[in-house]
Write a protein that binds this ligand. Structure first.
Ligand code: ADP
Ligand code: ADP
Ligand code: ZN
Length: 214
């Protein structure tokens, strides 16, 4: 079963996708993580993507579609986290999966209001070594700004500063939110109240995935 995790930045998609893929064997594809890794390694893709990411704009569709084609695994259920973000990306993903006799089973919409999104994004801290994600209020590390898992100093993503966050929310409304209707019209949309605790959201998600089987 292939799932799309849809929703504004900071709604908790990555947090839930990581846990669900660990516990239920999905492949987790986070285009944001792949792009940040490419930027830090200075690859050609990273060089092209950096300015867009830093300013909160979307990386052009042709680059993203080529990227997803490259990383799509064979024969395993995938959680697409942060992709698609535009209608052309969604169309391309459908065609790509069709070619492999697969499909997106559900698009799960993580629903949360702007005020809470801003609080989640500005409090987010990430581990530059192992990728673990924290929140200074809602999921604090045991020791101040140090990763529980690997001991590295946590960082704040440049694009999680408040000026860029506002731009990212606008970009989401304008370019990504049309995907809600896109999946709804195909009867594939599930709305999830993302404004609850991490455990409550996860329990909901798990109940749903386990009922469906995959
Ligand atoms: P968030 O935590 O806000 O969901 P991501 O880590 O998914 O953020 O994305 C960070 C940035 O990477 C985006 O602001 C955008 O510049 C770029 N990006 C990630 N996925 C895509 C995509 N599917 N299409 C275009 N740009 C993307
Ligand atoms: P996204 O991938 O949608 O951008 P993340 O999973 O990175 O979102 O979560 C954004 C921030 O909010 C992180 O700091 C994370 O620890 C925190 N967070 C995630 N889910 C919840 C939740 N249900 N309640 C409170 N904080 C959360
Ligand atoms: Zn770490």
């Amino acid at each position: 079963m292939n799932l799309v995790f849809l929703g504004p930045p900071g709604a908790g998609k990555g947090t839930q996708a990581k846990r669900l893929s660990q516990e239920r064997g999905f492949v987790h594809i986070s285009t944001g993580d792949i792009l940040r890794d490419a930027v830090s390694r200075g690859t050609p893709l990273g060089k092209k993507a950096k300015e867009y990411i830093d300013s909160g704009e979307l990386v052009p569709d042709d680059l993203m579609i080529a990227l997803i084609e490259e990383v799509l695994p064979e024969g395993r259920g995938v959680i697409f986290d942060g992709f698609p973000r535009t209608i052309p990306q969604a169309d391309a993903l459908d065609r790509l999966l069709e070619g492999k006799r697969q499909e997106i089973r559900w698009a799960i919409l993580f629903d949360l209001d702007d005020e809470e999104l801003i609080e989640r994004l500005t409090g987010r801290r990430t581990c530059p070594s192992c990728g673990e994600v924290y929140h200074m209020t809602f999921k604090p590390p045991k020791k101040d700004e140090i990763c529980d898992k690997c001991g590295s100093a946590l960082i704040q993503r440049d694009d999680d500063r408040e000026e860029v966050v506002k731009r990212r929310l606008e970009v989401y409304r304008r370019q990504t939110s049309p995907l809600i209707d896109y999946y709804d019209s195909k009867n594939k949309l599930i709305r999830l109240d993302a404004g609850r605790s991490i455990d409550e959201v996860y329990t909901d998600l798990l109940r749903f995935v386990d009922e469906e089987g995959h």
